[in-house]
Design a protein around this ligand. Structure first.
Ligand code: SF4
Length: 450
């Protein structure tokens, strides 16, 4: 076997224990993975590129939907076959029986956010080198995302109880990080060259509720652990700040002026999930469609450049044809820039399964999903046409010299559209460029560096 891991190429490092790491799931899980990898590197472990030849494999699993669980089990299976020494962590680790049933010989199973237990399991499986390479870790930690953007996790868990969601069962109630901790991490990331901070959590707008908004001293002034105050403070770093997973509480309105002033990006990732009041009520989500449309109108009045990203679920138990038509009518009115749609999955343990509401047949779900996507595609294509002929700022994500792919302020990495661009001079990933938009399709923009 040829070991291609970096450790194999340097004499001394060849003796470092090697860990192969698989990160599955959402950006929140990616942040957990970054933390674990940072711990490992700080103790002198090397990260191997392949299972084969590693001393142990860690799989950070996702257990949100049944399809994600299946993917996690498959990844565990591959690691067991190729290596045989496997530690499982992450959301699926909260349900160890399911994993043990298929893979009784995994070395250890730990739940989400259990860094200490993961590290203890690693120490038991493969003890660290006597002299840890503490200085191998750059001050900003080890990031699995490209160097120019980073996810900033501000809290864990959620106090809401949406009936389709098992995250509170897996991760518990909201626990916010102290505000100074968050700002210190943001500062370290910016100093290390990060140009865009993506603020994530399960419920970003609830930040600090559990801390009773306890303030901390930051640069000679007090900052409260509160969504608005944190947004203001992050806005002072002079990089792009993007807000994800914002629950539609009334106080969200307060951050829109910061977006209008260009202090944080005019981008709001706010999952509405549905528009029909009866479905929203069964989901245990805010159920005032009229008010939601009115709020969106007001937000756009204050910040005309605002891009709203949202996600929706079709085929929730009890969703009627009329409910679905109401959802489409809402989409027509709301004209949201970026939209994702899921077909309802009866996730094990979700309260929605016990509401006594009739399940929507799979073929109906499928039809509704296709109609929803086609409906929104037409809206998205029309909205993107507005950008044609304009000059916009783009952050370059990938570059092949004079052809590159980047994003505007209205697009988050991995989930939204892209700006495909050409330039007369070579450009690098992480650069900001001004691009003249020549054309648009349903999801992406195309242009030339001005
Ligand atoms: S707000 Fe989000 S994480 Fe919290 S219960 Fe609802 S869907 Fe789940």
């Amino acid at each position: 076997m040829t070991d291609t891991s970096p450790a194999a190429t340097t004499g001394d490092d060849a003796r470092s224990p090697k860990i192969s790491f698989v990160s599955l799931g959402c950006p929140k899980a990616l942040v957990d993975s970054e933390r674990i990898v940072t711990h490992l590197r700080s103790e002198g472990y090397e990260i191997a590129r392949r299972h084969d030849g590693a001393d142990v494999v860690i799989i950070n699993t996702c257990g949100f939907l049944d399809s994600a669980k299946a993917e996690s089990l498959q990844a565990i299976g591959t690691a067991m076959k190729e290596n045989g020494r496997v530690i499982v962590t992450g959301c699926m680790g909260a349900e160890p029986e399911q994993i043990r049933e298929s893979f009784p010989n995994v070395l250890a199973i730990t739940g989400p956010q259990a860094y200490e237990s993961v590290m203890a399991a690693v120490h038991e499986a493969v003890p660290p080198k006597h002299d840890p390479f503490v200085d191998l870790v750059p001050p900003q930690g080890v990031k699995l995302t490209p160097r120019h953007y980073a996810y900033l996790k501000i809290s864990e868990g959620c106090n809401n109880r949406c009936t389709f969601c098992i995250i509170p069962k897996l991760r518990g109630d909201l626990v916010s990080r102290p505000v100074v901790d968050v700002l210190r991490e943001a500062e370290r990331l910016v100093k290390a060259g990060v140009r865009e901070l993506l603020v994530i959590s399960q419920d970003t707008s609830a930040y600090g509720v559990d801390l009773k908004y306890q303030s901390g001293m930051w640069k000679d002034r007090e900052v409260r652990a509160k969504f608005l105050d944190l947004s203001e403070a992050l806005g002072e770093f002079g990089v792009w700040v993007r807000m994800h997973y914002v629950y539609p509480y009334p106080h969200v309105d307060d951050v829109i002026p910061l977006m209008a002033d260009g202090r944080i990006l005019p981008y709001l990732d706010i999952p509405f999930q549905h528009a029909a009041p009866s479905v929203l009520k069964a989901m245990r989500r805010p159920a005032h469609q009229e008010k939601t449309l009115e709020r969106i109108r007001k937000w756009r009045e204050i910040c005309p450049d605002l891009a709203i990203r949202s996600t929706f679920i079709v085929g929730f138990p009890g969703e009627t044809d009329a409910d679905f038509e109401e959802l489409l009518a809402f989409m027509t009115e709301a004209k949201l820039e970026r939209v994702g749609c899921f077909k309802y999955e009866p996730v094990d343990g979700a309260t929605a399964n016990d509401l006594g509401l009739p399940a929507v047949p799979d073929d109906v779900k499928e039809r509704r999903w296709h109609r929803f996507m086609a409906h929104q595609q037409a809206i998205s294509a029309k909205l993107l046409q507005r950008r044609v002929g304009k000059r916009i700022q783009v952050l370059v994500d990938d570059s092949a010299g004079t052809a590159a792919k980047g994003r505007s302020q209205w697009d988050a990495p991995e989930i939204d559209g892209a700006v495909h661009l050409t330039s007369r001079r070579p450009i690098r990933a992480g650069e900001f460029v001004t691009v003249k938009i020549d054309r648009a399709d349903a999801y992406d923009l195309h242009g030339t560096v001005a």
